[in-house]
Design a protein around this ligand. Structure first.
Ligand SMILES: C[S@@+](CC[C@H](N)C(=O)[O-])C[C@H]1O[C@@H](n2cnc3c(N)ncnc32)[C@H](O)[C@@H]1O
Length: 270
């Protein structure tokens, strides 16, 4: 009788432990909040629908224009040549696409892919207004399930996009699949500041100033609070490097910029 009771108790705690593991598998982070995995995509969509119209202005204001330098470094590291095919994933309003379009020339091709129709619309209109047409196409797509053939792109960039993706590992595997052998992936993303004093100042700025700028310019403090929180929850430099290697990328290296506030990871498919 006593043994039966112990057996019953053990199987009960095992079930409870399994339930907890199942629950953990089905949840993820939306900023600092733990949410169901299937909810995150919609929540991220709301953020970018809300900020799309003023996204470019906010980028300049929040980063004091420094995002342009970070993006320039990424373009230079891409090694893009004329005639190549590039995917600007989570490309939003198309800053990188505009540069790539000029670099690949008439015989090349740039695909600006983003999950969010509002961001894509702003991007498409901005690029058309600046005369960029012929070699750019626009695709609404989730980074986790890219709608392109295997071995298709010479280069993929994902700039300030990966931290918003629910299943980052799945997205990295999807990027690996559509990249040509010899091709490279560049991930430009907020990362972990290298020095404690910088980290403290950056925290104060992100959590106190950013939401206020958001409130004043887009009447939306919450989206910019999410921005600050999502940056803190994003994998640090070494973790992201390992994630890229696990997805199949080789010779993965990274460069810290602005004291590690941003890092550029680069990996190859061979
Ligand atoms: C911060 S913006 C970056 C835009 C642009 N790449 C830049 O550097 O300015 C992040 C973009 O990621 C997109 N995004 C979020 N989750 C995505 C997903 N699962 N697949 C594709 N794009 C996604 C958003 O819609 C948004 O346009």
């Amino acid at each position: 009788m006593y043994e039966r009771l112990i057996h019953f108790y053990n199987s009960l705690s095992k079930k409870r432990a399994n339930n907890m593991v199942d629950q953990a598998k089905q949840t993820t982070h939306f900023g600092f909040r733990t949410v169901a995995k299937d909810e995150k995509e919609g929540m991220v969509a709301e953020v970018f629908h809300s900020v799309a119209a003023k996204y470019d202005l906010m980028n300049d204001l929040m980063s004091f224009g420094i995002h342009r330098i970070w993006k320039r470094v990424a373009i230079n590291a891409s090694g893009i040549r004329r005639g190549q095919r590039v995917l600007d994933l989570a490309g939003g309003t198309g800053d990188l696409t505009a540069k790539f379009s000029r670099l690949v020339g008439e015989k090349g091709e740039v695909v600006l892919a983003d999950i969010n129709e509002s961001m894509l619309k702003v991007g498409r209109e901005k690029l058309r207004d600046t005369g960029i047409v012929g070699n750019v196409s626009y695709v609404q797509a989730n980074a986790e399930a890219l709608p392109f053939p295997d071995n298709y792109f010479d280069c993929i960039t994902i700039s300030f996009g990966l931290r918003n993706v629910t299943e980052k590992e799945k997205a990295l595997r999807s990027m690996f699949r559509v990249l040509k052998p010899g091709g490279r992936l560049l991930v430009l993303e907020f990362s972990k500041p290298l020095l404690a004093p910088l980290s403290k100042a950056y925290d104060a700025y992100s959590f106190h100033v950013l939401p206020k700028i958001g409130q004043v310019f887009v009447q939306d403090a919450d989206s910019y609070r999410y921005l600050a929180e999502s940056i803190r929850m994003h994998p640090d430099q070494e973790t992201l490097k390992t994630m890229m290697e696990d997805a199949g990328f080789e010779q993965v290296t990274y460069t810290n910029m602005t004291g590690g506030i941003v890092a550029l990871h680069r990996g190859f498919k061979f």
